[in-house]
Design a protein around this ligand. Structure first.
Ligand SMILES: O=C(O)CCC(=O)C(=O)O
Ligand SMILES: [Fe+2]
Length: 323
């Protein structure tokens, strides 16, 4: 649970960081799950690319960094717990909905904190990601993929569809490895949640608030260095971005999750939400990780045929205000 003072900070600043929320064992389980995916990927790529054999001697995540560097490919989708937003989701799109991630999303300690901010009827919102941010020097050239690179200034409200503008969506950001200024932690603009939703522009990395708008705002950015186990709770209109990973050999691994009161729009209605906690109807809670992964499997089946772009994309690609 959050203390009164922590809740006040959240209301005043638009975010609060709590230390030691997630047990070490859960962080370890997530790391292990991700490391297993990295190993499988490397083993698979080694069969197709002779000359990668020496990777086997490296530690799991070092293998992944070196693999991306040598092949110039981005492997983020194998680790992510959501699909890319696009008009179709091809049938062979990988997704990572492993049991450790499910345990993290539904961990009682985390839900207790979420409950103190949005109340006891909690839905897990499908706007959620696993990010393994690569060292800048190893990023394939011209990469704009925000799961492995930087994220420009934005409000999470700007990333969801307008039907959810009234929904009380809470962002939860959790480092799995050390998030430092060097490794590419988040930065926030304190108090910026009092702004309305600002105009976002479609850019290769996703959606961004233009730099000239950011520099006209009061206050300065605060980098949030965080240890694994700590958790950031952030208002959906708090303006934030993330720094480049300037380390040479460390992945910055993080999960970003969102929760909203049950029954409210998620802002990505084609992707599945589920009841994470309900005092009123506990029988609705999803407790089985395979039920969760089934929801995503069926979503991919449905979206293979394609949808209207407006189902995902909020801002026009060639918007006059962004020229
Ligand atoms: O993890 C990052 O680098 C950016 C995350 C972000 O913008 C978010 O979680 O809302
Ligand atoms: Fe964000």
């Amino acid at each position: 649970m959050l203390t009164r003072a922590q809740l006040d900070t959240f209301q005043e600043e638009g975010y609060v960081v709590l230390p030691r929320v997630i047990p070490d064992t859960l962080i370890g389980d997530v790391l292990e799950e991700l490391a297993a995916i990295a190993t499988d990927l490397v083993d698979n790529e080694r069969q197709h690319h002779p000359g990668l054999d020496d990777l086997a001697s490296l530690e799991h995540f070092a293998q992944l960094i070196e693999l991306s560097r040598r092949t110039g490919k981005i492997y983020s989708q194998y680790f992510d717990m959501s699909y890319p937003t696009g008009v179709t989701i091809p049938a062979d799109t990988p997704i990572n909905t492993g049991p450790a991630l499910f345990s993290f999303i539904t961990s009682p300690a985390l839900l207790d904190c979420v409950e103190s901010i949005i109340g006891p009827e909690i839905s897990s919102n499908p706007v959620q990601h696993v990010r393994l941010k690569l060292p800048e020097g190893t990023l394939p050239e011209n990469t704009t993929n925000s799961l492995v690179g930087t994220v420009p200034w934005h409000q999470d409200n700007g990333v969801t569809t307008a039907d959810a503008d009234a929904a009380n969506i809470l962002t939860v950001w959790a480092p799995i490895t050390q998030a430092t200024i060097e490794s590419g932690c988040l930065e926030v603009l304190p108090g910026s949640h009092r702004q309305d939703l600002l105009h976002h522009c479609a850019c290769p990395e996703g959606y961004a608030i233009p730099e000239r708008v950011i520099s006209s705002l009061d206050g300065s950015a605060v980098p949030l260095e965080m240890d694994p186990g700590s958790v950031l709770f952030m208002h959906k209109r708090t303006i934030h971005s993330s720094l480049p990973n300037q380390s040479t050999d460390q992945l910055r691994i993080s999960l970003d999750l969102r929760y909203n009161p049950i029954g409210q729009a998620t802002g990505r209605s084609l992707f599945p939400d589920f009841v994470a906690r309900s005092h009123r109807s506990p029988e609705l809670e999803v407790r089985d990780p395979s039920e969760w992964s089934g929801l995503w499997e069926r979503t991919r089946e449905r979206l293979r045929v394609g949808v209207e772009p407006s189902a995902f994309f909020r801002w026009e690609p060639n918007d006059g205000m962004c020229a």
